[in-house]
Design a protein around this ligand. Structure first.
Ligand code: EPS
Length: 379
């Protein structure tokens, strides 16, 4: 079973991801992980903290000469702004953040919970996800994500292969597939920032090259759609998750929603084993199992809760009305969110791949992958 946990506070010495169950024999490119960490720090509308940090990964365990050993991997991302011991308590909880509920729950203070709840923790998830993507790449499985909506402005879709779409996205300051609309959106972010406010948005992640058969219909907690929803929903500030047509499917008739099944003998050697679908409204999953179509997951991110023009709050000591606390924050982190959702989706898909094809070594996984496809074709 491939799984991971993270540890670390926003202003503690470091963030750590502990990855367990990762197969032996993968040559890891740390520069690829660092590139994802750098992307997470970017996107228009980020705050002052990103000018302090230069996130890079260090492997504390699980690698020998750059190759995974099959033992637990500990990944570390250092915090340059490690000042936790000098930070003061916060008495004015921010609406929308962990502050009030977390402090009451722990019978303690706000600082103790906000340091862990901060989205800085996602650096560790991106590091783990970027490692998982390297395992997926061995099997020709690719992941990419982008911003489809920002501050209520919808950017729409774009057709293309993942390398094509990734190149377009990388030319956008917003990480969208419509760089020609960057100025409109950066102007919006600037205006909202000047007003002391923040913006949310919607991100989409696509996974190409998936085989038929990852996940299961047989038990609720192993259904891949359920696992993806949990991983995505558990990212800071996410308020909604959709797969494929998502909520829109509820408004349409069955005949407009379900993807017809065709067969093309010439495509028998491909990942879909010859079964083709003219549409992909299911978003690559049927009954919790991948169906050979691209996986499409969308997530709705609420606006950042730390506002320069603070909302009404209450001083936890005096119980008198006061404005919520403000230190510094992002106006908009939706672009960064697209990198984070890519990472958590990549990790869940890699975990499902390990479930199906075994987790001891990449070589064995490869052999089992080939055998499975051979058996599925002659069936
Ligand atoms: C973040 C680092 C944090 C915040 C942000 C995410 O750094 P600091 O608190 O030192 O400014 O900028 O976290 C939040 C938006 C939040 O509300 O906690 C990061 O690296 O992503």
């Amino acid at each position: 079973m491939l799984r991971y946990w993270t540890a670390g506070e926003s202003h503690g010495p470091a963030l750590v991801a502990l990855v367990d169950g990762f197969p032996a024999g993968l040559t890891v490119d740390t520069a690829v992980i660092d590139a994802e960490l750098r992307r997470r720090q970017g996107g228009y509308g980020r705050g002052g903290r990103q000018r302090i940090e230069t996130d890079t990964v260090t492997f504390l365990s699980g690698l020998w000469k750059g190759v995974t050993l099959g033992s637990p991997l500990a990944l570390e991302v250092i915090n340059k702004d490690a000042k936790l011991e000098r930070l003061e308590e916060v008495e004015r909880p921010r609406p929308g953040h962990v502050d009030l509920a977390g402090a009451v729950k722990h019978l303690g203070g706000v600082r103790a919970v906000l340091e862990r709840a901060s989205a800085r923790e996602t650096a560790a998830r991106v590091a783990a996800g970027a490692l998982a993507r390297q395992l997926l790449a061995v099997f020709g499985i690719e992941v990419a994500g982008w911003v489809t909506e920002l501050g209520g402005v919808s950017l729409g879709d774009r057709a293309g292969t993942l390398p094509e779409l990734r190149a377009i996205r990388d030319s956008s300051a917003i990480y969208s597939l419509h760089p020609e609309r960057d100025v409109e959106l950066t102007t919006l972010i600037d205006r909202v920032g000047k007003e002391g406010d923040t913006l949310g948005g919607v991100v989409e992640v696509r996974v190409d090259g998936l085989p038929i058969g990852l996940g299961t219909h047989a038990q609720w907690d192993r259904k891949l759609d359920g696992r993806l929803a949990q991983a995505v929903m558990a990212v800071q500030a996410i308020k909604g998750v959709e797969i494929g047509m998502g909520f829109e499917a509820a408004r349409r008739r069955g005949s407009e929603v379900h993807d017809p099944i065709h067969y093309d003998a010439a495509a028998r050697g491909g990942p879909q084993l010859g079964f083709t679908r003219p549409t992909n409204n299911a978003g690559g999953l049927e009954a919790g199992i991948t169906n050979g179509q691209p996986l499409v997951v969308r997530a709705a991110m609420k606006p950042i809760a730390t506002l320069r023009k603070p909302l009404e709050s209450v001083n936890l000591l005096s119980k008198q009305p006061e404005e919520a606390a403000y230190e510094r924050s992002d106006v908009c982190a939706v672009s960064a969110c697209s990198v984070i959702i890519e990472s958590v989706v990549a990790f869940e898909v890699a975990a499902a791949l390990v479930d199906k094809f075994g987790g001891d070594s990449v070589t064995e996984m490869r052999g089992r992958w080939d055998l499975y496809h051979e058996l599925a074709r002659v069936r």
